[in-house]
Design a protein around this ligand. Sequence first.
Ligand SMILES: *Cc1c(COP(=O)(O)O)cnc(C)c1O
Ligand SMILES: [Zn+2]
Length: 378
Amino acid sequence: MMGELTCPTCRAVHALDDIRWRCDCGSFLDISFQPSLERKKIASRKPTMWRYREAIPVRGERNIVTFDEGFTPLLRVMLDGYQVFITADHLFPCFSYKDRGASVLVSKVRELGIRAVVEDSSGNAGGAIAAYCAGADIPCMIFVPADTSPGKLAQIRAYGAQLKRVPGTREDTARAVMLSARASYYASHAWNPFFFQGTKTFAYKVWEQLGWKTPDSIVLPAGNGTLVLGAFLGFTELRRAGMIDEIPRIIAVQSEQCAPLYEAFTTGAASIPHVEKSDTLAEGIAIADPVRGMQVIQAVRSTHGDILKVSDAEIMAYTRKMWHLGHYIEIPSGAAIAGTANYLKSLKDDEVIVTVFTGSGLKSTEKILRVLDSPAQC
Ligand SMILES: *Cc1c(COP(=O)(O)O)cnc(C)c1O
Ligand SMILES: [Zn+2]
């Protein structure tokens, strides 16, 4: 049994293999699915995210689109005198953790016989969907804001995807793709529930690498929350399967320049408030209108976690600290590290903490040069 598509809003249930990326009522969909895994079987397989095969709702082996990705290193890093674990997800084939979601989503797209997809992103999700579509020989069209890093634009084009640069904000790009998504299948990292069946492998991997144990806390960046929700899903499945006792606390980190989840969490609002978004170095996590926003908040609450916000100055300081330790991450990745540093300050007891390098610096050379060349920033 590989589950069903379920609507959290109107409670409708759709078959897993229905070709739809949202409910008739307009809501996003989830997948109800409870896998069961065996540690011995997992340990005997290749070191890729597909070693958690039973947890991934793709039926046919021949539909799997993979570059043997995802068993990324779990590094021990000293952060302000405290040892934390960092998942090196900037080392994926497309250089960000978005490959987790893209590998599963595009595998499902192939399984469903879908002939073309559209996606929008600030760069990394678009690159990942374009790569896996190239691997599956499925045409795709990727919408990005016009000011996306040239490195990301080049990558998307190199895979053979059709690139649409949209003038204006990230939200303008999201509106532009919606028109195309009426005719094409929307391979969206924010909307499509199969994407989260991939990002959840983050949880399985961390659990295995810690010796089949859960950390006390995980600190993750949150814009749309694709990693937060994926990790929550993975740990929830592990607990239901009786493989772990407790789900780690989830600490989600937002940019101060665009923090609607933080606002809703701290005020107890029943919906995601409208926020004024200002320019930030962490453009990749500056999502003013997160599709699954309330779902993120419920997930964080249910783990007794927290949502923090960090300033551009903190993001830059911790990005630079990581660079100086030899980790070439992109600037938005520094947000999770800055958030971890803030979280450490509030600790009363020792904890096992896991955070993440979400993306590589190699795709945003021009942004990195700008901060390296600016004396004020260095
Ligand atoms: C996508 C992305 C994020 C944030 O992911 P959300 O799904 O928006 O929460 C963080 N860092 C990098 C490098 C990303 O590509
Ligand atoms: Zn519905």
